[in-house]
Write a new protein. Structure first.
Length: 226
């Protein structure tokens, strides 16, 4: 999809496992099958992250810079840089501004509470990104996301009762896409697209919650060199 000046790809099972094999895998030890599959999605060097459910944002100044960083978001004002996060139920969020600044974020409930989306937008604006647009990729939806009351209270205390949902079995749930939208709005991002796919329901996507899948899909955001 096109998001302002940026190209965005949300992948699924069709593109294969794009994960990196865990925190212990060195950058130079990535499985060549993973490398090939990533290149098939976007041939530019990937800045992929070892996600830690926090709010650290990597600023990328050159293609591939920061790959393997312990962070949950990346931004750049350069062309030729492919920014990526990997997911199995958390929300992948692509961001772009008309000035050419782009970003990507991984938003699970902990990162959401930590303010990863607000920090990503802040970093984009520090690079000269004005009005920012966003797109939410495949992630788990409330009907499939039964959520313990103590943790839900933490999220609701931060973002309000709009994040409270009900699962298909009538149990307490977290509405992750709503939480993402609220966080983006807090950061001044109101133009938000949503592919509206639940990873738990979709057989075309990986889901840890539904099937204990170890594989990962990706969102990749880039601007091609002119």
């Amino acid at each position: 999809m096109q998001l302002g000046p940026a190209e965005v790809r949300f992948t699924g099972r069709a593109e294969g496992d794009l994960g990196h094999g865990g925190a212990s895998v060195a950058l130079d030890a990535l499985d060549q099958g993973v490398v090939a599959r990533r290149s098939a999605v976007c041939e530019l060097p990937w800045t992929w992250l070892r996600q830690v459910h926090g709010n650290t944002v990597v600023v990328v100044r050159a293609p591939g810079e920061g790959a393997g960083s312990a962070a949950d978001a990346a931004v750049t004002d350069r062309t030729g840089c492919a920014l990526a996060v990997l997911t199995a139920d958390c929300a992948p969020v692509a961001l772009a501004s008309e000035s050419g600044v782009i970003g990507v974020a991984h938003a699970g409930w902990r990162g959401l509470v930590a303010g990863v989306l607000q920090e990503t937008v802040k970093a984009m604006r520090e690079l000269g990104g004005g009005a920012v647009r966003a797109a939410i990729g495949p992630c788990i939806h409330a009907a499939c996301y039964e959520f313990g009351n103590p943790d839900l209270e933490v999220v609701a205390a931060r973002y309000g009762d709009g994040v409270r949902g009900t699962s298909s079995r009538g149990r307490t749930a977290l509405d992750l896409p709503v939480g993402v939208r609220i966080a983006l709005a807090e950061a001044g991002v109101l133009d938000v697209a949503d592919v509206d796919v639940c990873t738990s329901c979709s057989r075309e996507h990986w889901s840890w919650r539904a099937r204990r899948d170890m594989s990962r899909q990706a969102v990749v955001v880039w601007r091609a060199p002119s």
